[in-house]
Design a protein around this ligand. Structure first.
Ligand code: T46
Length: 144
């Protein structure tokens, strides 16, 4: 299976000689109702964040400042995305393993989430993730 439920989103930017403004709205630019926001910053360049999947959670990640790379794995194939400007976001659907790497100095990653924080939604073990993905796919084959 080579589809990944993730894609880049370009936000509208209002440019002016006095600076830029970027806006986004729930269910329009962000494809869900936003229930939570958080941000990740002061990440050393050697560090890796993420390294887990979500069973249900959908999110949009934005590099407000600096840059980072996100490696997205659907259990069958990996894709790498570069976030390096604040008028672009990465939508991440559920059931995707993500590694956040190569944070530039001063990088700030803002995240909008479709659900409140729920530790039970995380899969933090890669083998468990692969088993979960395969069980989901077996189930969809049975349903079709
Ligand atoms: C994701 C990537 C992109 C909370 O208490 N509430 C929250 O809303 C969040 C997001 C985290 N936490 C606590 C849980 C841990 O004790 O903050 C600590 C660090 O969280 P975590 O190790 O999960 O951080 P990351 O950067 O590895 O992952 C985070 C999100 O958790 C995750 O959903 O997709 O950013």
């Amino acid at each position: 299976m080579n589809t990944h439920d993730c894609h880049l989103i370009q936000f509208e930017k209002k440019s002016h000689e006095t600076g830029n403004l970027v806006f986004m709205e729930s269910k329009k630019d962000i494809p869900f109702d936003i229930k939570r926001a958080y941000y990740i910053y002061d990440v050393p360049s050697y560090a890796k964040r993420g390294s887990h999947a979500h069973k249900n959670l959908k999110q949009v990640l934005i590099a407000l400042s600096g840059s980072l790379e996100i490696i997205v794995d659907n259990g069958y194939a990996k894709k790498k995305y570069l976030l390096d400007n604040p008028h672009q976001g990465l939508y991440l659907g559920s059931n995707l393993w993500r590694d956040l790497v190569s944070f530039s100095p001063g990088a700030i990653c803002l995240v909008f989430a479709a659900e409140y924080y729920d530790p039970s939604d995380y899969i933090r073990n890669y083998t468990e993730f692969l088993n979960f993905i395969r069980s989901q796919n077996d189930y969809s084959v049975l349903k079709s």
